[in-house]
Ligand binder design. Sequence first.
Ligand SMILES: [Zn+2]
Length: 95
Amino acid sequence: MNILPCPWCGSSETRWEGEASWGFLLTCDSCYASGPARDSKEQAIRAWNEGPSFNISERLKAHADQCEAEAKELEEKAKRIRARAAEASEGDGNA
Ligand SMILES: [Zn+2]
């Protein structure tokens, strides 16, 4: 099984940290992030490859969706304010 680049920084400089007695654990040499400890190397690689990167990309997408929704709301608010300003300037003309 291939070891994918670090899910946090994208570096491919990973190494094994700790073996046998307390489990296998991958560590990034670039940002020092470490994956979850597992009983076998294969399980540790799977956890490193799939777990964190999936969660992070899902979280980032959700955050982007939220930002877009907020931006749309602010745009509509700005339109309402401009419409109100247009009404007010007509009023100014009549006064
Ligand atoms: Zn890293």
